[in-house]
Design a protein around this ligand. Structure first.
Ligand code: MG
Length: 342
């Protein structure tokens, strides 16, 4: 039995007599007429983050790159969630009650225990809920296993989709994740078992993770996430001398040129916070052949600035906004060559 949505979208695609072809890594660069959109945690501004419903929505509106976060459960299963603990502003227990405070750690939970929690809505009145006033409220939504997201992008209409997979790890809190080698191995096992290694970017703020990825799966591109030190930063910066996040690499040893450092470290992608990026650094990254994907760009003026700079990818909680702003300027979010006649 077909749902209306599936029947509708399928017949439209057949009528177009077009199909999308998965891009190669080189296709992830911006080009004449296009800048890529990465749906951050799916489309966090619109639907619950890091959920299958959010990812499916993002794919259904034509976005071909999904950004998501991974952690691991007590048995090492990679699961799609952002924080080391279940958070009270987004988690209800089996009886429907909001968590009183910070909940169990992901790494202490079995997949079965995690599956009992509902992450389909934001708790009214919390700061986090105020940040995403348009996010839909759903119930009965579990944290997905990474495997389930791989199944989603292996559905026939999504076989061109890429995943920008962030492996969450904090070198200051190693107790929140398995040992680096085991952790990376478990993530790569899911990727290879699902045959999607040619549609993956692996990203992390913790460059120890990326260097282990390079050792185990050198052909999968790696994206170096960066957040420069700044006053009153709402989260940990990771780029400074002797930073535990940088796996022993030194910015000073590369004339304080971050793109040069990333290229020397073996990265193919640089993913800076959007306010940290200027034209000079972007040119420097291009000279090193890096793809540049900026996070997390939600405000219209910031989206416009990133379009003006001509970054390769815009990671956003509001993919629809970026679509509209690209279209308003005669641009799109996927290269023409990704569409082929059938
Ligand atoms: Mg992320």
């Amino acid at each position: 039995m077909f749902s209306m949505r599936r029947a509708g979208s399928g017949s439209e695609r057949r009528a177009l007599r077009l199909m999308r072809r998965a891009l190669s890594f080189e296709g992830l660069r911006s080009g004449p007429g296009h800048i890529h959109i990465h749906g951050h945690r799916g489309a966090r501004g619109i639907l619950p983050e890091n959920t299958i419903d959010g990812f499916r929505f993002t794919l259904d509106i034509g976005i071909r790159i999904i950004e998501l976060d991974l952690l691991a459960t007590s048995d090492g299963t990679p699961v799609v969630t952002h924080n080391p603990h279940l958070m009270p502003y987004s988690t209800r227990s089996e009886n429907g009650n909001w968590l009183d405070g910070v909940g169990p750690r992901i790494v202490d939970s079995t997949p079965h225990a995690l599956s009992k929690f509902d992450v389909g809505g934001l708790r009214p009145g919390t700061d986090y809920a105020r940040r995403y006033p348009e996010q839909a409220f759903m119930s009965g939504i579990a944290i997905p296993n990474f495997d389930a997201v791989c199944d989603l992008i292996n559905e026939p209409e999504n076989r061109d989709a890429w995943l920008n997979v962030e492996i969450k790890s904090d070198p200051r809190h190693p107790e929140n994740t398995p040992p680096v080698r085991d952790y990376v191995e478990s993530v790569l096992a899911v990727i290879f078992d699902n045959g999607i290694d040619d549609r993956i970017i692996l990203q992390s703020f913790d460059w120890r993770i990326l260097h282990e990825c390079a050792r185990k799966a050198p052909d999968i591109p790696r994206s170096y996430l960066t957040y420069a030190p700044k006053p009153d930063a709402p989260m940990a910066d990771n780029i400074y001398e002797e930073s535990p996040w940088m796996d022993g690499l030194s910015l000073a040893a590369h004339d304080n040129n971050l793109p040069a450092l990333i290229a020397a470290g073996g990265g193919q992608v640089w993913s800076p916070y959007h306010e940290d990026l200027n034209a000079e650094d972007l040119a420097s990254a291009r000279a090193k052949n890096l793809v540049v994907n900026v996070w997390t760009v939600n405000e219209p003026r910031d989206i416009d600035r990133m379009i003006d700079l001509n970054v390769d990818g815009i990671i956003t909680d509001y993919p629809g906004r970026v679509q509209r702003q690209l279209l308003a300027r005669g641009l799109t979010w996927q290269p023409d060559e990704s569409l082929v006649s059938v």
